[in-house]
Design a protein around this ligand. Structure first.
Ligand code: FAD
Ligand code: NAD
Length: 479
């Protein structure tokens, strides 16, 4: 007889491992199948996020920020650190140590919560059976009352720039450069392009970003996107929008990139090229014939708001389903599904998913942009507070950027908060909480914030919604 579980999760990224832990916490007999092999050749948990995504990229962002700060910014404070050097091998070793620590930690959490970890591949069979193939090739058929698919996503490749050794790389390769490339090209001016472009730019690379769309950060509120572009350009990132890469050619240790824009066609040579044009849902080899799962036209597993697929008892969460490809979104879906399986009420509020770009300063937002609301014909009041007027930001020499709050003109309910500036990624949590509780701009305006903190900018933006900001001349905007 096949091994039986209450829940089988396929994939142990932030969607899958969180779902598995929650299910086990709720008393369900749970197994999690994961195929990832780490850099040490051993099975690894945590998926894209822990192995080659959120965590290693943030480790390099922190290291490169410290290097840049020590090289340029400390002098402003009267500190003269002398000649600063970067040891790339040590920087990568530190990153790998953090990854090993965290991925190993998931194994520990599985043990303490009683999740059975099955290292190998999972395949969905009809009638809620799962074929599990371990890393030695041994096949076992398992059975579960509930199955959660959490197989994540992989980078998109484009024909003009096929990956080539360590010269043309995706985001995973860009975490592993063993020296600082003199000239670095990046295709795609999105989240990965900006974060990893910033890492190597801070360490001394001359970085050019090729973005196909005319708008920079098209999904971001355009006032914030324009301000961000100014800041990043000042930092040295060369951002070419409306520019399409036509072809690439490896010439010895260099990559020649031919690109077209309104200015015509040009070719430039780079030492490395990163392709960061988005990710696609990963379901390769996941389904046996007749298992009944439906994909949409872009390859995402079709689910409803509760992450249920067309097959009763089979769910899908995280990057493999619609919505933003973000770790926390997948985790919250995992929790919701596990809770619902255990008979609890649970729902994800997709209106309050925060997004953060971990550049310096960070870009963060939640809710609707001014453009989206305008298009929907919603009348709004907007309050903006620049960090240039924040005492704490001045003390920290972090005066670039602003907080923008958008509230419904009729009800005053907060519909969106958009920030580029210091600690934006942490500050946005305050806006998420406010929006979760259905707060109005006035609620935030009437709340006391500690002085001096950068969060006061959120308070002032809320005051500015009604033309009452204290530390700026109010230019109240009604749209
Ligand atoms: P994944 O993390 O992709 O996990 C899916 C897992 O399923 C993988 O481990 C895979 O091996 C496994 N799997 C697939 N098929 C099978 C199978 N048949 N059998 C067994 N196992 C299988 N998001 C953020 O929120 N914040 C960030 O700062 C951030 N930074 C990022 C930086 C980079 C460079 C990248 C690439 C991504 C980043 N992301 C970030 C996105 C984030 O990593 C993803 O949104 C998140 O990992 C999705 O989680 P998931 O569980 O859906 O899928
Ligand atoms: P993205 O969607 O953020 O950006 C891709 C960019 O490439 C877009 O601006 C797009 O217009 C552009 N593009 C697409 N095709 C192109 C082409 N042929 N030539 C030039 N430009 C082109 O995708 P990404 O940066 O690859 O990141 C993938 C996913 O990973 C994102 O959905 C993101 O949510 C997630 N991620 C999140 C974080 C974070 O939360 N901080 C960090 C990294 C990645």
């Amino acid at each position: 007889m096949s091994q039986q579980f209450d829940v089988i999760v396929i994939g142990a990224g932030p969607g899958g491992y969180v779902a598995a832990i929650r299910a086990a916490q709720l008393g369900l007999k749970t197994a999690c199948i994961e195929k990832w092999i780490g850099k040490d050749g051993k099975p690894s948990l945590g998926g894209t996020c822990l192995n080659v995504g959120c965590i290693p990229s943030k480790a390099l962002l922190e290291s490169s920020f410290k290097f840049e700060e020590a090289s340029h910014d400390l002098k402003l404070h009267g500190i003269e650190p002398g000649k600063v050097k970067i040891n790339v091998a040590d920087m990568l070793k530190r990153k790998d140590g953090i990854v090993a620590n965290l991925t190993g930690g998931i194994g520990g959490l599985f043990k303490t919560n009683g999740v059975t970890h099955l290292a190998g591949k999972g395949k969905l069979l009809p009638n809620k059976h799962v074929e599990f193939t371990d890393h030695s090739g041994t096949i076992e058929v398992l059975e579960a009352a509930h199955i959660i698919l959490a197989t994540g996503s992989v980078p998109v490749n484009i024909p003009p720039a096929p990956l080539m050794d360590d010269l043309i790389v995706d985001s995973t390769g860009a975490l592993e450069f063993t020296s600082v490339p003199k000239r670095l090209g990046v295709i795609g001016g999105g989240v990965i392009g900006l974060e990893l472009g910033s890492v190597w730019s801070r360490l001394g690379s001359d970085v050019t970003i090729f973005e196909a769309l005319d708008d920079f950060l098209a999904i971001v509120d355009q006032q914030i996107a324009k301000e961000s572009r100014k800041i990043f350009t000042k930092q040295g990132l060369k951002i070419l929008t409306g520019t399409l890469v036509k072809s690439t050619e490896v010439k010895g240790k260099k990559v020649a990139v031919t690109f077209a824009s309104k200015a015509g066609e040009q070719t430039e040579e780079f030492d490395k090229l990163i392709v960061a044009v988005g990710r696609r849902p990963f379901t390769d080899g996941l389904f046996a014939d007749g298992c009944g799962i439906e994909l949409d036209e872009r390859g995402f597993i079709q689910v409803n708001d509760q992450c249920e697929t067309a097959v009763p008892g089979v769910y899908a969460v995280g990057d493999v389903v619609r919505g933003p490809m973000l770790a926390h979104k997948g985790s919250e879906e995992g929790v919701m599904v596990a809770d619902r399986i255990a008979g609890k009420h649970a729902q994800v509020n997709y209106d309050t998913v925060p997004s953060v770009i971990y550049t310096h300063p960070e870009v963060a937002w939640v809710g609707k942009t001014e453009e989206q609301l305008k298009q929907a014909g919603v009348a709004v009041n907007i309050g903006v507070f620049p960090f240039a007027a924040s005492g704490r930001a001045m003390a920290a020499n972090e005066t670039h950027g602003m907080v923008k709050m958008i509230a419904d003109a009729e009800t005053d309910r907060i519909l969106g908060v958009h920030i580029v500036g210091p600690a934006a990624g942490d500050m946005i949590a305050q806006a998420v909480i406010a929006m979760e509780f259905g707060a109005s701009a006035e609620d935030i305006a009437m709340t006391m914030f500690a002085h001096p903190t950068v969060s006061e900018a959120l308070h002032e933006a809320a005051l500015a919604v009604h033309g009452h900001a204290i530390h700026i001349a109010n230019k109240r905007k009604r749209a």
